[in-house]
Design a protein. Structure first.
Length: 187
């Protein structure tokens, strides 16, 4: 992730043509790795140069949205409903729903972000995204241990505990750190 943050000023400012060329290069690299026999998932799907594809698609989606080539905010509700339906159908449709969901994310990200960025619930959930990201594996390991009661099911236990821990971290640590950071900038 740090690599993506470091390259953002150099990549996000490039014209559309350059972004598309980079996407093609990354796709060719992924294909090359595949034909070299590197198809264990870990290498292709967790290797920064190949994961760069998703970052570049996000940059391209943003640029196309800004140029009003992708759907506007008025389509956000429909895009959200279709995405939720696809999420429900994933177990039944297999790869087709995965591809459709990726495509919908690419096409609709700008509209969805603009539509819901002013929503207080969305803002609250957005603030929890980082604490959820850093705690879910820890919580999962605790729930999967033999000493934790699982009568409500592993998934529900992980969800409830991860949300509770994330809310705690956000309210008592992250918000206070953000206030401290903003106060230092003002001085």
């Amino acid at each position: 992730e740090i690599i993506f943050y470091l390259v953002t000023p150099f990549i996000a400012t490039k014209p559309l043509k350059s972004i598309i060329q980079l996407i093609i290069l990354v796709l060719l690299f992924r294909v090359l790795l595949y034909f070299m026999g590197v198809d264990n998932g870990l290498m292709i799907y967790r290797f920064a140069p190949t994961e760069f594809l998703w970052y570049l698609l996000g940059v391209l989606s943003y640029k196309l949205y800004q140029k009003k080539i992708l759907p506007s905010e008025k389509w956000a509700n429909l895009l959200l409903i279709i995405s939720l339906i696809l999420l429900i159908l994933i177990p039944h449709l297999g790869n087709i729903s995965d591809i459709a969901l990726y495509f919908l994310t690419f096409v609709g990200a700008g509209a969805l972000i603009n539509k819901f960025s002013r929503n207080t619930i969305d803002k609250f959930l957005g603030e929890l995204s980082y604490p959820i990201y850093i705690t879910h594996t820890f919580v999962l390991s605790i729930v999967l241990s033999n000493s934790f009661p699982k009568n409500i099911g592993v998934g529900l236990a992980v969800l409830v505990l991860t949300l509770a821990l994330s809310i705690f971290l956000n309210e008592f640590f992250l918000k206070r750190i953000e206030i401290f950071r903003k106060n230092r900038i003002k001085q």
